[in-house]
Ligand binder design. Structure first.
Ligand SMILES: Cc1cc2nc3c(=O)[nH]c(=O)nc-3n(C[C@H](O)[C@H](O)[C@H](O)COP(=O)(O)OP(=O)(O)OC[C@H]3O[C@@H](n4cnc5c(N)ncnc54)[C@H](O)[C@@H]3O)c2cc1C
Length: 395
């Protein structure tokens, strides 16, 4: 490992690997640092991505795909289910999708960065930034119990939901706990499900302030979990909702894994670049605030960040970095603000309202079960949503 690089990327998740890949492709010398001993493991994710949302991001390899989803169903608290026309749903909300094998996927993305010329170290825990005369000059990293000071002209913080790189750089990364969804999930086997169908339950029984998902990995295996609003779930933890659901619906399932984590269900941080430090992915709160998905959006941010970093190195001026927030806002940042408002309204509906909306949708023919009709049905019960939709001028 050299002691000086153009770009150091902290965290080899999808956002970090894409940043490293595109910075290296742009001609920068890059070091990618990952604290875990394996890339892609442990998996704290339901592994779902929209096919549309991955277009132009990376060419999906067949071995990354565990399963393909062509239908989805929403189940109201009273058990009435609606199956919207999947091709008429906004791609940033749903749509046809893949359930990935993230262990392979994350590993291969990191490998792509390496093949493009990046250096990579696992078991490399970044525990601070290297500062001199008020400027940031690199990172302090412990690799296999050895301490290193690595100089870098640009640092990209891709260190996930518990990110510290931003804080060290003086960026306000405070997560508003009001908007931090609490998530938990089990991978189940020995179950019988429809393999092409994702199911989403709403309501206070299974997911207060959020939703419960079943993402099939095949006819007998699924990622099953929920994201809940801790304010509304009170003392009951996300994992307890998962236990209750599994005991209720799949009492004989084999529980292959259990994970828990937070999802920043709020718009992107106000500051995602400061001097020579950029934040990407969950570290920048770039997950989709409506569905909590952060794989595609983090990768898209990583592509932009990697390219602007390479450009800054090429031109010898940090000015190029300022186009990162602009490009991100144009691509998804603005839309995420709107999705955040939409989510705040939809996930705060009472069980009674969910049931009423469900009844309206149940009477519509499947081809009319579109996002527009869903919003119209919600508007009947929550007119305040109209203001938010006007503000962002969508739908
Ligand atoms: C239960 C659950 C289910 C989810 N399901 C989905 C889903 O179905 N679809 C979807 O799109 N999203 C889903 N998400 C969200 C998704 O997992 C994240 O948005 C995505 O992984 C973000 O990618 P990232 O690269 O920003 O961060 P991460 O994937 O979290 O990667 C960050 C990396 O940084 C490393 N790191 C952290 N600190 C340091 C340090 N100091 N030094 C070195 N390395 C460090 C970490 O070890 C990690 O490997 C889910 C999340 C949860 C919790």
């Amino acid at each position: 490992m050299k002691r000086s690089y153009d770009v150091v990327v902290v965290g080899a998740g999808p956002a970090g690997s894409m940043s490293a890949l595109h910075a290296a492709k742009g001609g920068a010398s890059v070091l990618l640092l990952e604290k875990d001993r394996d890339i892609g493991w442990p998996v704290r994710c339901a592994e779902g991505v929209g096919i549309e949302s991955m277009k132009g991001v990376v060419d999906i390899r067949p071995e990354w795909i565990t399963n393909r989803i062509d239908r989805f169903r929403i189940i109201a608290p009273n058990g009435i289910a609606g199956e919207p026309d999947i091709d008429k749903v906004d791609p940033d909300i749903g749509g046809r999708g893949y359930i990935l094998n993230r262990r392979l996927f994350d590993y291969d993305l990191a490998m792509m960065a390496v093949e493009a010329g990046a250096d990579l170290r696992t078991k490399a825990y970044v525990h601070g930034l290297l500062k001199s005369n008020g400027s940031i000059e690199g990172v302090n990293v412990r690799v296999q119990h050895r301490e290193y000071q690595i100089k870098a002209k640009i640092i990209i913080g891709a260190d996930g939901v518990e990110s510290r790189v931003g804080k060290w750089a003086g960026i306000d990364t405070t997560t508003n706990f009001e908007f931090m969804a609490s998530a938990a999930q089990m991978t189940l086997a020995k179950i019988d499900i429809e393999p092409d169908l994702c199911e989403f339950y709403v309501g206070s029984r299974y997911a207060p302030g959020g939703y419960f998902w079943i993402f099939p990995k095949g006819p007998h295996e699924a990622n099953v979990g929920c994201a809940v609003d801790p304010k509304r779930s009170k003392t009951k933890k996300a994992i307890d909702f998962v236990w209750d659901f599994v005991e209720d619906k799949f009492p004989d399932a084999a529980i292959m894994s259990t994970v828990a984590g937070g999802i920043p269900a709020e718009p992107t941080l106000e500051t995602i670049v400061k001097e020579n430090v950029l934040l990407v992915g969950d570290a920048a709160h770039q997950a989709n605030p409506f569905n909590g998905g952060g794989i595609a959006s983090g990768m898209k941010a990583g592509i932009i960040a990697g390219k602007v970093a390479a450009e800054a190195i090429k031109t010898g001026s940090l000015k190029a970095l300022n186009s990162y927030p602009k490009q991100w806002n144009k691509l998804l940042g603005r839309k995420h603000r709107m999705l955040f408002r939409l989510a705040s309204t939809i996930y705060s509906l009472s069980d009674e309202t969910y049931n009423k909306v469900g009844d309206i949708l149940a009477d519509l023919p499947p081809e009319k079960l579109t996002l527009r009709h869903l919003i119209q049905a919600v508007l009947l019960h929550k007119p305040s949503l109209l203001k938010d939709l006007f503000i962002f001028g969508r739908f």
